[in-house]
Design a protein around this ligand. Sequence first.
Ligand code: AMP
Length: 280
Amino acid sequence: MIVARTLPDLRAACAALRRTHEAIGLVPTMGALHEGHRMLVRRSVASGAATVASIFVNPLQFAASEDLGRYPRDEAGDLAALEAEGCAVAWLPDVATMYPPDAVTTISLEGPALRWEGDARPGHFRGVATVCAKLFGQVGADRAYFGEKDWQQLQVIRRMVADLLLPLEIVPVETVREPDGLALSSRNRFLSPEERRRAPRLFAVLQDCVRGLTAGEDAEALLTQGAARLRADGFTPDYLALVDGPSLAPIATAAPDARLIAAGRLGTVRLLDNVGLSAA
Ligand code: AMP
């Protein structure tokens, strides 16, 4: 595996991959890799693509109030994991490469970027979309792999790629979970043992809501009960909502493309999860 830390090194590595492979698959990450990230890499490798994984803790997607410095980092462990999964290139740019001091261009979004995480984290999707657009161009990727764990992010990226006519395919990968249902996240390590015990309730509540909706129960009542259960379990819920999957617009009744999305704080850790309506 080549470890590229400068743009010329990345370009040389990608040019070589293009001569030997039909496609380049990109897996953008912020590092502290777990089984969820590894699944994205595995999917790309299994597709036959030469796989480039980026590790970049993107300052533009953190709000001023969020602690960028607290984000977990484990470069040696990450490189070992990527190599073990068959990744061809690890791309580790520095901040000056991604954001030259004279840069003035960012990507502004509406549609699926409004509401939910867009409200809870002002500027977050501008940061995510801007860094992904740069990564897509730097790597010249034919495909990029994103986790359904961050459902709204996946839809925002799909929308951006469609709107800007970017020549790559966005491939979704289902959420990887702990045996008790908790979605893997780099932030789970910050849960206390007691919080970790309660954390799977988020997925359990989502599943129960899906079951109720599938049985024809009233969505508003189910969501109100679900939020109350989360509060009783020690969460401070930000939202628990039924939305149209691609647009993230709230909807009142179950529909084929519907998604249940939820976010809430448990102690100092913000947890995010979602399920499709066929998941229960
Ligand atoms: P991050 O490093 O948190 O920015 O995540 C990088 C990519 O990994 C994103 O596409 C995430 O959606 C994806 N990802 C994170 N956690 C999981 C998970 N538990 N299952 C599947 N994909 C995930």
